[in-house]
Ligand binder design. Structure first.
Ligand code: SAM
Length: 214
């Protein structure tokens, strides 16, 4: 994602924000909840939700970590951040950060767990690597990540989905990836992986641990 792509992604998700829960969440919500279950978040954990959208994941995670834990959602689209803030009981302004996953505004080793639900596929090659490097930096050593993304691993991506991607790249805004392979390349060790379906799209749910930093 170049700076220009960041700008257009931001504009697109700001425009989509008010329809997102009605149009998109019915297909993605079930998989996000399953991914959060797989993460096995514990009370007291510090969790980052990258590309938090309308904040449903942040709300679920807050229940899991309890009052001793901390959940931060980051999103580049201001309207998504506003919807997340409106959803949360939490008055803590640091629970929602409007910012770019390419340059995470957090200290090294700030989080025990990261969720990236339907976010990593928005980034092209080099920028995906940068986002994963940033996630590794802010995660503690052996910290956990769950990535939920359209996958190339099943080899059965529907021709309709491929065609839609070609014709309406902004609308679909998705570059399916081999999630486990991409995570391995970025220095994560996969502990669980599963293919699920969102309509015609194979989606990979992967839980992985941060390998040691060199
Ligand atoms: C497909 S939505 C997924 C939302 C949410 N994670 C979910 O599971 O419902 C992708 C989100 O990533 C955000 N996003 C796109 N580019 C981003 C970037 N460079 N940094 C942070 N967030 C970004 C979008 O604004 C959007 O809210």
């Amino acid at each position: 994602m170049t700076r220009e792509q960041t700008r257009s992604s931001k504009a697109w998700y700001n425009a989509l924000s008010r329809y997102y829960d009605v149009l998109v969440d019915p297909f993605q919500g079930r998989l996000r909840r399953r991914g959060i279950d797989r993460l096995g978040v514990s009370p007291g954990d510090r969790v980052l939700d990258v590309g938090c959208g309308t904040g449903r994941g942040v709300a679920t995670l807050q229940n899991a970590v309890g009052s001793d834990g901390q959940v931060v959602g980051i999103d580049v689209a201001e309207q998504m951040c506003r919807l997340t803030r409106d959803r949360l009981d939490d008055e803590d302004p640091s629970a929602v950060v409007c910012g770019d996953a390419l340059t995470l505004p957090f200290d090294t080793d700030s989080f025990d767990v990261v969720l990236a639900s339907f976010t990593l596929e928005l980034f092209e090659g080099d920028h995906r690597t940068t986002v994963l490097d940033e996630i590794r930096r802010v995660l503690i050593p052996r910290g956990r990540i769950c990535v939920i993304s359209p996958s190339t691993a099943s080899k059965t991506i529907s021709p309709l989905y491929t065609r839609l991607n070609d014709v309406f790249p902004t609308l679909v805004d998705s570059r399916p990836l081999d999630v486990s392979a991409v995570l391995a390349e970025a220095g994560f060790e996969t502990t669980q992986t599963q293919i699920e379906w969102a309509l015609v799209v194979p989606v990979e749910l992967v839980v992985a641990r941060c390998g040691s930093r060199t």
